[in-house]
Write a protein that binds this ligand. Sequence first.
Ligand SMILES: [Zn+2]
Ligand SMILES: [Zn+2]
Length: 204
Amino acid sequence: MNETQISPELIQKTIDFHGHSCPGLAIGIRAAEVALREVGRSSNEEVVAVVENDNCAVDAIQFLLSCTYGKGNLVHLDYGKLAFNFYRRSDGKAIRVIGRPNIFGHQDDEFMRLRKKMMKRSLTEEEKEQLKRATAARTRHIMEADLDELFEITPAQGPIPQKARILEGVICDSCGEQTMESRTRRFLGQTLCIPCFEAREKKI
Ligand SMILES: [Zn+2]
Ligand SMILES: [Zn+2]
């Protein structure tokens, strides 16, 4: 089944949110599609996304699933893996969506050569156009491929993250700013926010 559930209008809005169209965002759109099929969308904090990377894909997860940092139902694990976990609180359903090694399509040596040259800022105008076309082809491949061809789906790893706790704020004894109590440190009888604590530590 590769018929997208996401309308062209919504895809365009996702691109506008992210700022450009790219293969990474396309991966996020398709991963969000898997999540919509398996656990649905989060109107409040019903669905939690635990993402194992911080690349372009995450913007599609935020926009399409309404999993956001502000609501606390988006958690980032800095593993650098193309994997996304989705949890549904109501019944505990939890999946991990992992990008297959060939998610970008067939190995394209020409693309890799151009990318390397781009890093060194030594592309000719013609090569710049070539790279643009090759990147667009990758994006198209991801948008059109079968979901099963792109991703492996397994049970999620780890338990469902706890709901965001709202803690009483306390006043930092050094800067006087209100700070979440769980983020304060005790230092020589004072209660300090993290930046003030770190500044004191450096002085010792
Ligand atoms: Zn991007
Ligand atoms: Zn402070």
